[in-house]
Design a binder for this molecule. Sequence first.
Ligand SMILES: C[S@@+](CC[C@H](N)C(=O)[O-])C[C@H]1O[C@@H](n2cnc3c(N)ncnc32)[C@H](O)[C@@H]1O
Length: 259
Amino acid sequence: MAEPAATAKGTRPEGAQTEADASRKVRAMFTEIAPRYDFLNHLLSLQLDRVWRARTARRLRPIMQRRDARVLDLCCGTGDLAFALARSGPAFVVAADFSHAMLVRANAKRAGHTGSTNSDLTVPAGFFEADALQLPFADASFDLVTTAFGFRNLANYENGLREIRRVLKPDGTLAILEFSEPPPGLAGDLYRWYCRKVLPKIGGLLSGNPNAYKYLPASVARFFRPEELASLMTQVGYGSVSYELWTLGTVALHTGTRS
Ligand SMILES: C[S@@+](CC[C@H](N)C(=O)[O-])C[C@H]1O[C@@H](n2cnc3c(N)ncnc32)[C@H](O)[C@@H]1O
Protein backbone atom coordinates (compact mmCIF):
# COMPACT_ATOMS: atom_id res chain seq x y z
CA MET A 1 0.00 0.00 0.00
CA ALA A 2 1.25 3.50 -0.85
CA GLU A 3 2.77 5.54 1.98
CA PRO A 4 0.82 8.79 2.60
CA ALA A 5 2.32 11.41 0.32
CA ALA A 6 3.13 13.79 3.16
CA THR A 7 5.62 11.33 4.70
CA ALA A 8 7.38 10.45 1.43
CA LYS A 9 11.09 11.27 1.76
CA GLY A 10 12.05 9.90 -1.62
CA THR A 11 11.06 7.24 -4.07
CA ARG A 12 11.12 3.59 -2.95
CA PRO A 13 10.73 1.09 -5.79
CA GLU A 14 9.47 -2.30 -4.59
CA GLY A 15 12.07 -4.07 -2.47
CA ALA A 16 14.26 -0.97 -1.90
CA GLN A 17 15.19 -0.62 1.78
CA THR A 18 17.60 2.31 1.62
CA GLU A 19 18.17 5.41 -0.51
CA ALA A 20 21.12 3.72 -2.19
CA ASP A 21 18.91 0.71 -3.07
CA ALA A 22 16.23 3.02 -4.41
CA SER A 23 18.70 4.88 -6.64
CA ARG A 24 20.20 1.64 -7.98
CA LYS A 25 16.78 0.22 -8.77
CA VAL A 26 15.59 3.41 -10.47
CA ARG A 27 18.72 3.59 -12.60
CA ALA A 28 18.49 -0.09 -13.58
CA MET A 29 14.81 0.27 -14.46
CA PHE A 30 15.29 3.30 -16.72
CA THR A 31 18.33 1.69 -18.31
CA GLU A 32 16.25 -1.36 -19.14
CA ILE A 33 13.35 0.56 -20.68
CA ALA A 34 15.51 3.17 -22.47
CA PRO A 35 15.19 1.55 -25.95
CA ARG A 36 11.39 1.85 -25.92
CA TYR A 37 11.10 4.86 -23.59
CA ASP A 38 10.15 7.54 -26.15
CA PHE A 39 7.76 5.32 -28.07
CA LEU A 40 5.92 4.26 -24.90
CA ASN A 41 5.90 7.76 -23.47
CA HIS A 42 4.12 9.15 -26.51
CA LEU A 43 1.77 6.16 -26.79
CA LEU A 44 0.76 5.90 -23.13
CA SER A 45 0.29 9.65 -22.66
CA LEU A 46 -1.68 9.84 -25.93
CA GLN A 47 1.01 12.31 -27.14
CA LEU A 48 0.25 14.70 -24.28
CA ASP A 49 3.83 14.45 -23.00
CA ARG A 50 4.92 16.53 -26.01
CA VAL A 51 2.29 19.17 -25.19
CA TRP A 52 3.37 19.34 -21.51
CA ARG A 53 7.05 19.81 -22.36
CA ALA A 54 6.26 22.40 -25.06
CA ARG A 55 4.07 24.31 -22.58
CA THR A 56 6.83 24.19 -19.97
CA ALA A 57 9.30 25.60 -22.49
CA ARG A 58 6.82 28.39 -23.34
CA ARG A 59 6.41 29.31 -19.66
CA LEU A 60 10.21 29.54 -19.32
CA ARG A 61 10.69 31.51 -22.53
CA PRO A 62 11.63 34.80 -20.78
CA ILE A 63 14.70 33.02 -19.39
CA MET A 64 15.38 31.05 -22.58
CA GLN A 65 15.37 34.33 -24.56
CA ARG A 66 18.40 35.57 -22.61
CA ARG A 67 21.53 34.77 -24.60
CA ASP A 68 23.62 34.84 -21.40
CA ALA A 69 21.38 32.41 -19.47
CA ARG A 70 22.78 29.01 -18.40
CA VAL A 71 20.22 26.20 -18.16
CA LEU A 72 20.43 22.67 -16.76
CA ASP A 73 17.79 20.04 -17.52
CA LEU A 74 18.05 17.34 -14.86
CA CYS A 75 16.90 13.73 -15.14
CA CYS A 76 16.81 14.53 -18.85
CA GLY A 77 16.27 10.95 -20.08
CA THR A 78 16.36 10.98 -23.87
CA GLY A 79 16.45 14.77 -23.79
CA ASP A 80 13.00 15.86 -24.96
CA LEU A 81 12.60 18.76 -22.53
CA ALA A 82 16.18 19.90 -23.15
CA PHE A 83 15.47 19.96 -26.91
CA ALA A 84 12.18 21.84 -26.39
CA LEU A 85 13.99 24.40 -24.21
CA ALA A 86 16.88 24.81 -26.65
CA ARG A 87 14.42 25.48 -29.48
CA SER A 88 12.68 28.17 -27.44
CA GLY A 89 15.56 30.64 -27.20
CA PRO A 90 19.30 31.21 -27.43
CA ALA A 91 20.13 30.36 -23.77
CA PHE A 92 22.90 27.78 -23.26
CA VAL A 93 21.37 24.40 -22.33
CA VAL A 94 23.07 21.35 -20.87
CA ALA A 95 21.32 18.25 -19.56
CA ALA A 96 22.13 15.41 -17.18
CA ASP A 97 20.87 11.96 -16.26
CA PHE A 98 22.36 9.00 -14.39
CA SER A 99 21.27 6.40 -16.94
CA HIS A 100 23.93 5.99 -19.61
CA ALA A 101 21.46 4.19 -21.91
CA MET A 102 19.10 7.20 -21.85
CA LEU A 103 21.98 9.57 -22.67
CA VAL A 104 23.06 7.43 -25.63
CA ARG A 105 19.61 8.05 -27.10
CA ALA A 106 19.70 11.75 -26.26
CA ASN A 107 23.05 12.08 -28.02
CA ALA A 108 21.80 10.14 -31.04
CA LYS A 109 18.90 12.60 -31.37
CA ARG A 110 21.31 15.50 -31.07
CA ALA A 111 23.56 14.06 -33.78
CA GLY A 112 20.54 13.48 -36.01
CA HIS A 113 19.44 17.06 -35.66
CA THR A 114 19.97 18.72 -39.05
CA GLY A 115 22.84 21.11 -39.03
CA SER A 116 23.64 20.50 -35.35
CA THR A 117 27.10 21.59 -34.37
CA ASN A 118 28.59 22.51 -31.04
CA SER A 119 27.81 26.14 -31.72
CA ASP A 120 24.20 25.49 -32.76
CA LEU A 121 22.14 26.82 -29.86
CA THR A 122 18.91 25.24 -31.10
CA VAL A 123 20.03 21.92 -29.59
CA PRO A 124 21.39 21.28 -26.10
CA ALA A 125 25.13 21.92 -25.89
CA GLY A 126 25.82 18.62 -24.14
CA PHE A 127 24.47 15.67 -22.15
CA PHE A 128 26.26 14.61 -18.96
CA GLU A 129 26.09 11.45 -16.91
CA ALA A 130 25.43 12.67 -13.38
CA ASP A 131 23.39 11.95 -10.28
CA ALA A 132 20.92 14.73 -9.48
CA LEU A 133 21.72 14.28 -5.79
CA GLN A 134 25.45 14.96 -6.31
CA LEU A 135 25.86 17.27 -9.26
CA PRO A 136 29.30 17.81 -10.80
CA PHE A 137 28.71 21.56 -11.17
CA ALA A 138 30.03 24.48 -9.16
CA ASP A 139 27.80 26.47 -6.81
CA ALA A 140 25.69 29.16 -8.51
CA SER A 141 26.25 27.90 -12.07
CA PHE A 142 22.74 28.10 -13.58
CA ASP A 143 19.97 30.63 -14.17
CA LEU A 144 17.41 27.86 -14.63
CA VAL A 145 17.21 24.21 -13.60
CA THR A 146 14.37 22.11 -15.03
CA THR A 147 13.27 18.55 -14.54
CA ALA A 148 10.43 16.72 -16.29
CA PHE A 149 8.99 13.54 -14.80
CA GLY A 150 12.33 12.94 -13.10
CA PHE A 151 12.13 14.59 -9.68
CA ARG A 152 9.59 12.00 -8.39
CA ASN A 153 12.26 9.33 -8.95
CA LEU A 154 14.84 10.85 -6.61
CA ALA A 155 15.73 8.80 -3.55
CA ASN A 156 15.60 11.92 -1.33
CA TYR A 157 13.43 14.87 -2.40
CA GLU A 158 14.70 17.36 0.15
CA ASN A 159 18.34 16.64 -0.72
CA GLY A 160 17.42 16.95 -4.40
CA LEU A 161 15.93 20.41 -3.82
CA ARG A 162 19.00 21.46 -1.80
CA GLU A 163 21.43 20.23 -4.45
CA ILE A 164 19.52 22.07 -7.19
CA ARG A 165 19.48 25.20 -5.04
CA ARG A 166 23.26 24.92 -4.63
CA VAL A 167 23.86 24.99 -8.41
CA LEU A 168 21.32 27.79 -9.04
CA LYS A 169 22.52 31.38 -9.15
CA PRO A 170 20.85 33.73 -6.64
CA ASP A 171 17.42 34.47 -8.16
CA GLY A 172 17.81 31.47 -10.48
CA THR A 173 14.63 29.51 -11.25
CA LEU A 174 13.71 25.89 -10.60
CA ALA A 175 10.90 24.34 -12.68
CA ILE A 176 9.60 20.87 -11.86
CA LEU A 177 7.16 19.19 -14.25
CA GLU A 178 5.65 16.11 -12.62
CA PHE A 179 2.67 13.84 -12.60
CA SER A 180 0.09 14.46 -9.94
CA GLU A 181 -2.89 12.49 -8.64
CA PRO A 182 -6.08 14.22 -9.75
CA PRO A 183 -8.76 14.74 -7.07
CA PRO A 184 -11.57 12.16 -6.64
CA GLY A 185 -14.41 12.43 -9.16
CA LEU A 186 -15.20 10.90 -12.49
CA ALA A 187 -12.10 12.19 -14.31
CA GLY A 188 -9.79 11.31 -11.41
CA ASP A 189 -11.26 7.83 -11.06
CA LEU A 190 -10.95 7.23 -14.79
CA TYR A 191 -7.33 8.39 -14.65
CA ARG A 192 -6.57 6.02 -11.75
CA TRP A 193 -8.21 3.10 -13.56
CA TYR A 194 -6.13 3.88 -16.67
CA CYS A 195 -2.86 4.23 -14.70
CA ARG A 196 -3.34 1.18 -12.50
CA LYS A 197 -5.03 -1.27 -14.86
CA VAL A 198 -4.37 -0.30 -18.48
CA LEU A 199 -0.97 1.41 -18.49
CA PRO A 200 0.98 -1.35 -16.64
CA LYS A 201 -0.39 -3.98 -19.05
CA ILE A 202 0.45 -2.11 -22.27
CA GLY A 203 3.72 -0.70 -20.90
CA GLY A 204 4.78 -4.06 -19.49
CA LEU A 205 3.98 -5.90 -22.70
CA LEU A 206 5.71 -3.46 -25.05
CA SER A 207 8.74 -2.70 -22.89
CA GLY A 208 9.31 -6.23 -21.57
CA ASN A 209 9.53 -4.70 -18.08
CA PRO A 210 6.14 -4.95 -16.30
CA ASN A 211 7.66 -3.71 -13.04
CA ALA A 212 8.65 -0.36 -14.56
CA TYR A 213 5.08 0.33 -15.59
CA LYS A 214 3.71 -0.77 -12.20
CA TYR A 215 6.28 1.51 -10.55
CA LEU A 216 4.98 4.53 -12.51
CA PRO A 217 1.46 4.76 -10.98
CA ALA A 218 2.74 3.58 -7.57
CA SER A 219 5.39 6.32 -7.48
CA VAL A 220 2.87 8.98 -8.52
CA ALA A 221 0.43 7.87 -5.78
CA ARG A 222 3.24 8.06 -3.22
CA PHE A 223 4.57 11.42 -4.41
CA PHE A 224 3.68 14.78 -2.84
CA ARG A 225 0.42 16.46 -3.56
CA PRO A 226 1.12 19.75 -5.38
CA GLU A 227 0.68 21.90 -2.26
CA GLU A 228 3.07 19.63 -0.31
CA LEU A 229 5.81 19.95 -2.92
CA ALA A 230 5.29 23.74 -2.96
CA SER A 231 5.63 23.82 0.81
CA LEU A 232 8.83 21.72 0.81
CA MET A 233 10.31 24.03 -1.85
CA THR A 234 9.59 27.00 0.39
CA GLN A 235 11.10 25.28 3.45
CA VAL A 236 14.28 24.48 1.53
CA GLY A 237 14.77 28.11 0.57
CA TYR A 238 12.93 28.77 -2.68
CA GLY A 239 10.92 31.96 -3.00
CA SER A 240 7.93 32.93 -5.18
CA VAL A 241 6.90 29.28 -5.25
CA SER A 242 3.81 28.58 -7.32
CA TYR A 243 2.31 25.82 -9.39
CA GLU A 244 -0.12 25.24 -12.24
CA LEU A 245 -2.18 22.09 -12.72
CA TRP A 246 -2.76 20.84 -16.24
CA THR A 247 -4.88 18.18 -17.93
CA LEU A 248 -7.48 17.67 -15.19
CA GLY A 249 -4.84 17.90 -12.46
CA THR A 250 -2.79 14.95 -13.74
CA VAL A 251 0.32 17.07 -14.27
CA ALA A 252 1.78 19.97 -12.26
CA LEU A 253 4.42 22.55 -13.11
CA HIS A 254 6.05 23.97 -9.97
CA THR A 255 8.34 26.97 -10.16
CA GLY A 256 10.35 28.82 -7.56
CA THR A 257 13.44 30.97 -7.35
CA ARG A 258 16.54 30.64 -5.23
CA SER A 259 16.04 33.26 -2.59
C1 LIG B 1 10.58 9.37 -16.41
S1 LIG B 1 12.19 9.70 -16.99
C2 LIG B 1 12.03 11.37 -17.56
C3 LIG B 1 12.96 11.69 -18.70
C4 LIG B 1 12.76 13.04 -19.37
N1 LIG B 1 12.99 14.13 -18.47
C5 LIG B 1 11.40 13.16 -20.01
O1 LIG B 1 10.77 14.20 -19.87
O2 LIG B 1 10.99 12.22 -20.69
C6 LIG B 1 13.09 9.89 -15.49
C7 LIG B 1 14.58 10.01 -15.71
O3 LIG B 1 15.16 10.41 -14.47
C8 LIG B 1 16.42 9.81 -14.37
N2 LIG B 1 16.82 9.84 -12.96
C9 LIG B 1 16.16 9.35 -11.90
N3 LIG B 1 16.84 9.58 -10.76
C10 LIG B 1 17.95 10.25 -11.11
C11 LIG B 1 19.06 10.78 -10.39
N4 LIG B 1 19.16 10.64 -9.07
N5 LIG B 1 20.01 11.43 -11.07
C12 LIG B 1 19.95 11.58 -12.41
N6 LIG B 1 18.94 11.08 -13.16
C13 LIG B 1 17.95 10.42 -12.52
C14 LIG B 1 16.21 8.41 -14.95
O4 LIG B 1 17.41 7.79 -15.33
C15 LIG B 1 15.28 8.71 -16.12
O5 LIG B 1 15.98 8.91 -17.30
